[in-house]
Design a protein around this ligand. Structure first.
Ligand code: FO1
Length: 315
């Protein structure tokens, strides 16, 4: 049964890791009280289509249609379009399944027709049966760019094409300074009773959201519990390149490194049992802390962790 005693829950999320906790929250918080603000720094144009990987991943996960093997894309997918594309000798490094393609076609069409990004996202979600609010972090286009030992790469070139192999020297969010959190994003944060930072890559998924003008200020000014769940467990990232990237950028690859990175926008921090030794140091940053099982291997884990995080926030 969904409980309404949490008030308005706002979660900040990137792709696969963030979507898992978002799913847990979606199972226990009434949809009218849940808003997920999603990173769009990974967005890019590919084959003339506007692809928004993190919005897709969150939307598909909440709708129960995500590919369980990859975390991204749609389950029971077929790949006829990719095979046809390969026959034309076109690059196939970015895999677009036949069902997934419908999302990109529709999103691109609506964006070209000048419908707001929020509206487009709401329509896609509603048609997939997702009942909570999913918001792109901004109406404006922000692009995560990585300066590497092989020159500057756009996010998907680094992440998918080069499989995160290049050594990263710095990260910038092109367009972030001219962008703004949308009115809906700002209003969700101002009306939040709790703000959850999902276990997403702090440098690639949460930082683009926090890089928007006023975003850090709006969150820092909020007097509600602001809780992050560490995406680093036992010195490794649960998924993706977070650990490699943190090491390359000289950060401590531990929950403490994550807590330090997000310290100014948090009141509390959740870390895994295996990282219990860091609890004291996290507390010394002035953050409340909870040690629990943070690895989400199945739907029960997602719901349990969501429940524990909200109970911790309330306490
Ligand atoms: N990730 C991959 O590793 N390989 C792919 O071919 C790929 C295709 C893809 C298509 C649509 C989509 O929404 C996501 C896709 N992703 C793919 C995932 C995505 O690029 C990354 O997981 C995120 O950007 C990181 O959060």
């Amino acid at each position: 049964m969904k409980q309404s005693n949490f008030g308005n829950v706002v979660a900040l999320a990137g792709g696969v890791g963030g979507a898992k906790l978002a799913y847990g929250l979606y199972q226990i918080v009434p949809p009218e009280n849940l808003t997920i603000i999603v990173n769009t720094g990974d967005d890019f144009e590919h084959l003339g289509l506007h692809i928004s990987p993190d919005l897709d991943t969150v939307m598909y996960t909440l709708a129960g249609v995500a590919n369980p093997a990859t975390g991204w894309g749609v389950k029971d997918e077929s790949w006829n379009m990719m095979a046809a594309l390969a026959r034309y000798g076109q690059p196939t490094w970015f895999q677009l399944g036949d069902r997934d393609l419908a999302t990109h076609l529709l999103r691109t069409k609506w964006l070209r027709e000048k419908y707001p990004y929020n509206w487009v996202t709401r329509e896609l979600c509603q048609r997939l049966g997702v009942r909570c609010t999913v918001l792109p972090m901004s109406e404006a286009m922000v692009r995560t760019m990585l300066m590497t030992d092989q020159g500057e790469l756009a996010f998907q070139e680094y992440f998918v094409q080069q499989q995160c192999r290049p050594v990263v020297r710095s990260i910038r969010f092109a367009g972030a300074e001219q962008a703004q959190p949308s009115r809906e994003v700002a209003s969700a944060l101002r009306n939040a009773d709790v703000i959850i930072f999902c276990p997403s890559n702090p440098l690639l998924s949460l930082d683009p959201i926090l890089a928007l003008p006023n975003m850090r200020r709006i969150i820092a000014a909020s007097r509600v519990p602001k809780i992050a769940v560490s995406p680093i467990v036992g010195g490794a990232a649960l998924k993706g390149p977070a650990a490699k990237l943190m090491a390359e950028l000289g950060q401590d690859v531990s929950p403490l490194g994550v807590a330090r990175h997000l310290q100014d926008v948090l009141t509390g921090f959740v870390l895994d049992h295996v990282d219990q030794a860091y609890q004291e140091a996290v507390s010394e940053l002035g953050l409340r802390s909870l040690v629990t099982g943070t690895v989400m291997l199945n739907d029960e884990d997602r719901v349990r962790l969501a429940r524990e995080v909200l109970a911790f926030a309330a306490g």
